[in-house]
Ligand binder design. Structure first.
Ligand SMILES: NC(=O)c1ccc[n+]([C@@H]2O[C@H](COP(=O)([O-])OP(=O)(O)OC[C@H]3O[C@@H](n4cnc5c(N)ncnc54)[C@H](OP(=O)(O)O)[C@@H]3O)[C@@H](O)[C@H]2O)c1
Length: 275
């Protein structure tokens, strides 16, 4: 993920990455609009949790502690597209802190598409934090076009809660741990049904353990990290919680592979494809 990069496609600063579809249609070059159509939710009002990650070929979610070293123009194009079609971007506080999240805005192309689709110009941002170690003066809050949501716990520090409540809507979603089901229920209740989770591994682990993930957008970066970088998921407890997924889409840009993995029986592998 390359949150801190600029939206080059929207700004017209660089040629778009060449992205070719491999599945379901083999060898089909995609335009930016076709890419958007591949990821646009087919049924907006139906709650859907999509998670987006990038990893190296040897399974690392980071290079030197950040995801940016794994990314590239094609991953950035998909990253921007996923934000462009989402109602809300959900992220763990660890990722927001590590990656230096700023205000969530989408590029002009997506603003136009969102207006035409009857959506707010920009998606909302929702954070998950128990400690509330988040700076209310940071751009993430101070420059947000949509008031961010912060999901926290009843035991969160009162002073931090009061400071954040001035710039965000703070919601209790558990006593000691934020309950992921409560988060999704609260978001859906606010009309934010299309949820894009940008991680990180701890939050993804909680969502997976709770059986809430409908889709994983996973970019495989053509790189061996070769170190001790963490996986894209950290389980909250012992043991594993295996879930079957179906391949919905596979794109290639150079040697980078970008896949959509979908929960079987949900929207099905053709979700997001134009009629
Ligand atoms: N490769 C990729 O695509 C990708 C994507 C995202 C992140 N990353 C990398 O992942 C690393 C960050 O990992 P991370 O596991 O720390 O990220 P994270 O899951 O974003 O953040 C963990 C933090 O989120 C809060 N949190 C998560 N679940 C919670 C719950 N149920 N209840 C209460 N609080 C909860 C806690 O915040 P508090 O500490 O504030 O209580 C916790 O410390 C960074 O190196 C980042 O670069 C990689």
């Amino acid at each position: 993920m390359t949150e801190t990069q600029t939206d080059t496609a929207a700004a017209g600063a660089a040629a778009p990455a060449e992205i070719v579809e491999l599945f379901p249609e083999p060898s089909r070059p995609l335009s930016p609009d076709e890419l958007l159509a591949r990821y646009a939710p087919p049924r907006r009002s139906e709650p859907w949790l999509r998670v987006n990650f990038i990893q190296s070929v040897d399974g690392s979610a980071t290079v030197d502690g950040l995801s940016g070293g794994l990314g590239g123009p094609a991953d950035k194009a998909v990253f921007d597209t996923l934000r462009g079609v989402a109602d809300v971007v959900l992220v763990g506080a660890g990722t927001a802190r590590a990656e230096g999240y700023g205000a969530l805005t989408v590029g002009e192309r997506f603003v136009r598409w969102r207006r035409a689709s009857g959506l707010p110009e920009h998606p909302a941002m929702a954070l998950v934090s128990g400690r509330l170690d988040l700076d209310p003066a940071s751009a993430l809050f101070a420059e947000a076009p949509v008031r961010p949501l912060v999901f926290t716990v009843a035991s969160a520090p009162a002073d931090a809660r009061a400071r954040l409540a001035e710039v965000a809507t703070v919601i209790d979603a558990g006593a000691e741990r934020v309950d992921p089901s409560t988060v999704l229920r609260e978001l859906a209740g606010r009309g934010l049904a299309q949820v894009l989770c940008e991680g990180g591994p701890s939050l993804f682990g909680e969502l997976t353990a709770a059986g809430l993930v409908d889709e994983l957008c996973l970019t495989t970066s053509p790189m061996l990290e070769g170190g001790s970088g963490r996986r894209i998921v950290s389980a909250p407890g012992e043991g594993s919680s295996p879930r079957d997924l179906e391949l919905g889409l596979l794109l290639r840009s150079g040697s980078m592979l970008l896949a959509r993995w979908v929960r079987p029986g949900a929207h099905g592998p053709d979700a997001g494809r134009p009629a």
